[in-house]
Design a protein around this ligand. Structure first.
Ligand code: PGA
Length: 252
């Protein structure tokens, strides 16, 4: 695989205060500088902390957890891709399963958010994943999510898309969550690559980084990347402690 690993810290709606966010970000950035690990690190704090976090993370990249599907206008409470870009955001998480499950985000909305993100020159982290899996095969819903999300996206734009495969049942905040196996992640990579090849041809598909997400920690991350052939991880709960997150980076 061509690229170095990518690790994204998805803080979700944490921590509670700006002060805590600054301290967490600073500790991650300082520790990451010391590890000398050859990995790309991206931090996704809640919107109100983006600027504060930006100011202390040095060369790490800044990510928004969502953007509006609108460009501008009356979308009260929403935040646009252009707005987050203007304060230094380079990456955007699109279609996270929480938003799909609890905020009514449809594949069409995810598609529009992806367009807004890419039009602004930002990199999109497109989250896909099934709610349940029976047997070893990756369910077709994952392919449907990808096809619908990428509708109208050009091969050129695809270069700025990263896919995060996050089986919903594996996300740590869900009841009975358990991480997928490296073999499951490996199968997802083959499956996703095939869906992308059908849409964009093998050269387009080959360039897309695929990450695993769902109960990633320092003990399982390496297997997801080696045996699982993933390009990195989208980390939720384990990114809320600098030490734990830095151990993931060290072990990847
Ligand atoms: P988790 O979350 O690492 O806490 O399972 C991953 C995610 O929801 O992105």
């Amino acid at each position: 695989m061509p690229q170095r690993p990518l690790v994204i810290a998805n803080w979700k709606m944490n921590p509670r205060t700006s002060k805590e966010a600054i301290s967490l970000a600073r500790n991650i950035a300082t520790g990451a500088a010391r590890t000398r690990k050859n990995a790309d690190i991206v931090i996704a704090p809640p919107y109100p902390f983006l600027r504060d976090v930006r100011d202390v993370i040095g060369t790490l990249k800044l990510c928004a957890q969502d953007v509006s599907f609108e460009k501008s206008g009356p979308a009260t409470g929403e935040v646009s891709a252009a707005q987050v870009r203007s304060i230094g955001v380079t990456h955007v998480i699109v279609g996270h399963s929480y938003r799909r499950a609890y905020l009514g985000e449809t594949d069409e909305m995810t598609n529009q958010k992806l367009h807004r993100t890419l039009e602004c020159g930002l990199t999109a982290i497109l989250c896909v994943g099934e709610r349940e899996r029976e047997g070893a095969d990756i369910p077709p819903i994952v392919g449907i999510q990808i096809k619908k999300a990428l509708s109208g996206i050009t091969k050129r734009q695809l270069k700025n898309v990263i896919i995060a495969y996050e089986p919903v049942w594996a996300i740590s905040t869900n009841p009975d969550a358990r991480p997928d196996t490296p073999e499951g992640a490996f199968r997802s990579g083959i499956y996703i690559r095939k869906v992308l090849t059908d849409l964009f041809g093998s050269s387009g598909a080959a360039a897309v980084r695929i990450l695993y997400g769902g109960s990633v920690d320092a003990t399982n991350v390496r297997a997801f990347c080696t045996e699982g052939n993933m390009h990195g991880a989208l980390v939720g709960g384990a990114s809320l402690s600098a030490d734990t997150f830095l151990n993931i980076i060290k072990n990847i």
